[in-house]
Structure formats: C-alpha cells, structure tokens
Design a binder for this molecule. Structure first.
Ligand code: DCP
Ligand code: MG
Length: 386
C-alpha cells in the first residue's frame, strides 16, 4: 500500500523515516517454517505468567490477539493457533541483517529497538524511492521479512505514520495532513502521552488533539503540568517535534515507575505493583535487546523522601523472574516506614555488546519530569497500547 499526498517531501525542512518490521518475531519464525504462512501464529512463553510477545496478523484478525496479552487469554481465545516459544538469538540475528541494510543505504540511522529505526532522509533526491528500495532489499536479504515505513517531517510524525501502513505499507504524510487527519484522535496517539496524562487531559475537557490545541494556551498547560511537561504537551498537541535522529544515543539505564493515585502503605500491595513494574520493564528491555547487571528500586514516600537501593548481579539480565525477585528483596529490606507515593524499578549497567549492536535508546523525551505528576519518561507506562 502506498499513499502519496499532495505536499512535496522536498519542501519539508526535514524528511524523517520510521521503519518498523511487521509482526517481527512471528515473521522470523515463518521464515523457517513457511508451511505456517497464513495461519494464526503466536510467539509466547509457556509459564503461568507468560505474555504474548507477537501475534501474526492472522491471529490479530481472528481473535484480537496482541502483544502483552496474557498467553492464557490467547490460548483460550484461539486454542488451535500455532504457539511458538521465543527464540531471541534468531530475532537478534534477523535484526542485525535488517539494520545492516539500513546503514548501507542511509548515513544517519538511529536504531531504537530490535525491529525499528529512524532514518534522516533530509536532502535526498527521493526519500520515497530510497525507502521503497530499502524495503525490497530487506525482504531479499532476510529471505522474506516485510516492514512498514512512515515518512514525514519529524520523528514523532514518522512514527505515527508508519503505523498507518501496517503491514507492508509505505506512507508519506506531511505535518499539515497529519494535523487534519488526527484532529479527532485522542492525545494518546502521541507516544509519551500515557494513561495518567490522558486522564488529566480528559478531566480538563481535552479528549481530542484538536481540543487540546484549540482550547489550551501554552501558559495554561505549563501551569497545570509544570513548565517542561506543559511546553512539551503544547508542542505535541501540534504534532511538533524537533528531536534529531542521532546515531549515538546510548542507553545507560531503563526504568519503570508509577505514581499512585493514593499513597500506599500496605507492603503486600507494594510488592504486587513492583512485580508488575519489573515485568513491564523486562518486556521493554527484551524488545530493545538490552540486559543489565544492576537492579534497583526507587521509592518516594508521602513526605517526598526519595530512597533508592540497588544490587548487582554477576551476568547482565532482563529475566523478569530475577529482576522481580531482587526488586522485592530490596523493597522488603527497606520496608518503607511511611506510605509510598511513587514506586519504581530500574535496570542499569548494560552490557557493551547490546549497545554496540545498536539496540539503543529510549524513545524521545516524554512530558519530562517537573514533578511526580506526568509520566516522567514515556517508557514508564504500565499498560501497553493494544
Ligand atoms: N515485543 C515484546 N513484547 C511486547 C511488544 C513487543 O516482546 N509487549 C517484541 C515482539 C515483537 C517485537 O518486539 O515482534 C516488535 O514489536 P512491535 O511493537 O513492533 O510489534 P510487531 O513487530 O510484532 O508487530 P507490528 O507489525 O504491529 O509492528
Ligand atoms: Mg514491529
């Protein structure tokens, strides 16, 4: 599928592409088991707490199976689907092939996960032809993997645009077109605007991007969300983003945290939350092919005392069981003396190899941390978009 829009790419100040592989893990599995093509294929673990990592488009269409859904739910809905245990080395190898094609064709490539990257195409004669060629080359080199591409004026817009073409699409969309097209969409369309911010926006009467940009001045957003987050929201409501595509982003740590609606004093409840945060964090680490040796927790009490504790393990890990166990040990050892306002878990000291492999970098900055209110970092959301 290709859409061509009236506005000319070459008139834009920048041309950025976002490329994202289609049903990545499942598609890699299909390369070596082509007889499964056309069937619902679900890649997930087998433990009682396992979640779906990838569902083929057939499984999505048949029963709405999606990433992060409990595997048990998927098995109930589609008992006859093909279930495959993840083979991370295979996905990593496929990712390396994909990223090599990108780097061979374009100078500025920023890899942000095993299956996605941003490319700066500014100044190229034909960004669209370049990306079409790259997609074909990826298919050839990998033996059949397809990707979706969005080309627009910024990273933010390219990311939103690549979703429009899934699967196997190439979509070109200017900011102006995007403003019109997404006017009635929830602000949640913007990566980094998570459930908490959304809820606050809704309470303010901004349920669509149009309402957010027409009814709220920058000063008002800055007042309500703090200067940085407010300014960030103001720009994002206009689908503005100046973040450069950078080849040298380095991830030093990744964290997941949550601010409670009400302060929590019960240790059991805190443990449950921390367990969920650890799982969410490890899912993200795995998606980015990152593993770290230092596991830490962060606790903010109701009097705003901040406490962090950490523990190092011998080998880099992104194993949810291990991260959860250590985080819980740290929490029990600290035993918060007052009700807890915010709870977080962090994995740091990533192995060099993962970084050099290019699986780097958090998403562009979220509604930044002015206080504990907004989501401090976009990757911290507990619930994943479905
Ligand atoms: N992944 C995961 N857990 C998640 C989300 C994703 O382990 N909660 C892994 C499996 C995916 C890969 O990361 O195959 C890429 O994630 P995407 O979000 O790009 O999803 P897909 O590539 O599977 O599908 P799409 O075609 O929608 O991009
Ligand atoms: Mg993908």
């Amino acid at each position: 599928m290709v859409w061509i829009v009236a506005s000319e790419v070459k008139d834009w100040p920048r041309a950025i592409a976002h490329i994202d592989m289609d049903a990545f893990y499942a598609s890699v599995e299909l390369l070596r088991r082509p007889e499964l093509r056309g069937k619902p294929v679900i890649v997930c673990g087998s433990g009682p707490r396992a979640v779906v990592t990838t569902a083929s488009y057939e499984a999505r269409k048949l029963a709405g199976i999606h990433s992060a859904m409990p595997a048990a739910t998927a098995r109930r809905r589609l008992p006859n689907a093909i279930y495959i245990t993840p083979d991370f080395p295979a996905y990593r190898a496929a990712s390396v092939e994909v990223m090599e094609v990108l780097r061979a064709n374009v100078e500025t490539v920023e890899v942000v996960g095993l299956d996605e990257a941003y490319l700066d195409l500014t100044g190229l004669f034909s960004p669209k032809a370049t990306m079409r060629r790259i997609a074909a080359e990826i298919r050839e080199v990998t033996g059949g993997l397809s990707c979706s591409v969005g080309i627009s004026e910024s990273r933010l817009l390219a990311k939103i645009t690549s979703e429009l073409g899934k699967p196997a699409g190439l979509v070109v969309l200017s900011r102006e077109d995007a403003l019109a097209r997404f006017a009635d969409h929830s602000p949640g369309l913007v990566p980094g605007i998570g459930p908490k911010t959304l809820q606050r926006l809704e309470q303010m009467g901004a349920t669509t991007l149009l309402e957010l940009r027409e009814n709220f001045q920058r000063s008002e957003l800055e007042e309500r969300f703090g200067p940085r987050s407010g300014a960030w929201l103001y720009a994002r409501a206009r689908l503005e983003d100046r973040t450069p595509v950078s080849t040298s982003r380095e991830t030093k740590s990744q964290s997941a945290e949550t601010t409670f609606d009400y302060d929590v004093a019960d240790l059991g409840a805190l443990e449950r939350h921390l367990g969920e945060l650890a799982e969410e964090l490890c899912r993200r680490l795995r998606k980015r092919d990152l593993a770290g040796r230092s596991i830490g927790i962060k606790v903010r009490l109701d009097d705003w005392t901040n406490v962090s504790r950490s523990h190092s393990v011998a080998a880099p890990t992104n194993d949810p069981e291990l991260v959860r166990t250590i985080a819980l040990d740290l929490l029990r050892a600290y035993d918060p003396p007052r009700p807890v306002r915010l709870l977080g878990v962090r994995v740091a000291s990533f192995e060099q190899e993962a970084e050099e492999g290019g699986a780097a970098a958090a998403e562009p900055e979220g509604p930044a941390a002015d206080g504990a209110e907004g989501e401090a970092e976009p990757q911290l959301r507990l619930s994943l978009p479905s």
